[in-house]
Design a protein around this ligand. Structure first.
Ligand SMILES: [Zn+2]
Ligand SMILES: [Zn+2]
Length: 421
């Protein structure tokens, strides 16, 4: 039998109900903050990610699902959301109507990583991008939303880690500081092969290497450094002031750099307990050069992405009781063909009135139909047999109180509505 591709997962109805609930609540929160949904294609030109995420990042080097299509174009499944949204923002000239705009997205992303708990090759993210402002209040708002979404979903044990990478010049200075701090150390040989390479090409990336040896070496030789220019330092102080206004606790962490090249200034990560090595559940930051680097105007921007699969995992680990069923409002049980025909058209009428209802499709006995109604957690059951057809009425049974009443066919929709109120 053909199976699902490694690293992909079916979200079955029992689980998808929880997904819908979280997505619906998230949309509500994002609306109150003035974010509008944007849907970009799942495939993009590979060059988009090479240029923005960065040639030397793990994502571009090892993790993209890339292919050459029949027209010899280099195409990749999107590994993240930001690059495509900035592309859409520029391509559709959205900034010309209004420079500052807030977007959110919900959808699948693709990375060919080694599958493990909480890490899938097709994974799902909710993310936001606020484009067109350098204001430090925006950084605090973006972080605030991430936390609001996590809390609305019922996640309790999480921690916000915050860092500031500075502007491009500051990043360069930090790279230089790191190179100098590590290059002549004998412990460099303990670093993983990636970090040995990073030390020369992109030393910032050493700071968030997941390898335990690297972590030890990095923490041994780098604690903190003065690399922020005056403007960036001030910006960071303001972000912190706004976070304090919102009473959002955070932990300053000099090792948070995020694995993408476009970040500048504020970067952050939220980690959740119970997720093991993959404990980052959401992360983001500011990307003040990305829009101009992609050919657009010089505009600041800030955003985050939240891993929905990991959030579901953390919620399960928290034993959150979110598995309530979407019970059916009404089930129609029938005996005989005439009754079935009547029920079938009645079903249509009820559904037109937005009442969730169903019927038997397997020629079951009345007893089995009642059992099925019970399984579907139907609140009401309408029973129609030959006698009922003669009298032009049905028996309406309340499954909770077990109370039964006779209802004329003509009054069924109204009666059902009244009972459900
Ligand atoms: Zn700076
Ligand atoms: Zn390493």
């Amino acid at each position: 039998m053909i199976k699902a591709i490694r690293g992909t997962k079916d979200i079955l109805p029992d689980e998808s109900r929880r997904w819908q609930k979280i997505e619906d609540e998230s949309r509500g929160i994002l609306n109150t903050f003035g974010y509008n949904e944007i849907r970009t294609p799942l495939i993009e030109e590979t060059g988009l990610f090479v240029k923005t995420v960065g040639e030397d990042t793990d994502i571009v080097k090892k993790e993209m699902f890339s292919f050459v299509d029949r027209g010899q174009r280099d195409i990749s499944l999107r590994p993240e959301g930001t690059a495509a949204i900035v592309r859409a923002y520029l391509e559709n000239n959205l900034y010309k109507a209004q420079t500052f705009q807030k977007f959110f997205y919900i959808g699948p992303m693709f990375r060919a990583e080694r599958p493990q708990a909480g890490r899938l090759r097709q994974f799902h993210q909710i993310g936001i991008e606020a484009i067109g402002s350098n204001h430090p209040a925006l950084d605090a708002e973006v972080i605030n939303i991430l936390i609001k979404l996590l809390e609305a979903a019922g996640l309790k044990n999480y921690q916000l880690k915050l860092n500031n990478l500075g502007c491009r010049e500051d990043r360069k200075l930090l790279s230089k500081i790191l190179k100098e701090a590590f290059s002549k150390r004998p412990t460099v040989r303990l670093l993983c092969d990636d970090c040995k390479r990073r030390l020369k090409a992109n030393p910032l990336r050493m700071l968030d290497c997941k390898n335990e040896n690297c972590k030890r070496v990095v923490k041994g030789h780098f604690k903190t450094a003065e690399y922020l220019c005056k403007d960036c330092k001030e910006h960071f102080d303001e972000v912190i002031r706004f976070l304090n206004l919102l009473k959002i606790p955070y932990l300053a962490d000099p090792y948070i750099v995020r694995g993408l090249d476009y970040y500048t200034r504020t970067v952050f990560e939220v980690t959740a307990q119970n997720l093991g090595a993959q404990n980052a559940i959401g992360a983001g930051g500011r990307y003040d050069n990305l829009i101009s680097d992609m050919g657009g105007p010089k505009l600041g921007a800030c955003g985050f992405a939240l891993g929905l699969d990991r959030m579901m995992l953390a919620l399960t680990a928290n034993e959150n009781s979110m598995s309530e069923k979407n019970g059916l409002a009404l089930f129609i049980a029938t005996i005989g063909k005439t009754a079935y025909d009547k029920a079938f058209s009645l079903l249509n009428e009820l559904r037109n009135d937005k009442i969730s209802c169903d019927i038997d499709y397997e020629n079951k006995s009345l007893k089995s139909q009642m059992r099925a109604a019970d399984k579907m957690e139907a609140r009401l059951v309408l029973i129609i047999g030959d006698d009922e057809i003669k009298r032009q009425e049905a028996v309406l049974r309340d499954m909770k109180t077990k109370e039964q009443t006779n209802v004329k066919f003509t009054g069924i929709v109204d009666m059902v509505k009244a009972k459900l109120e």
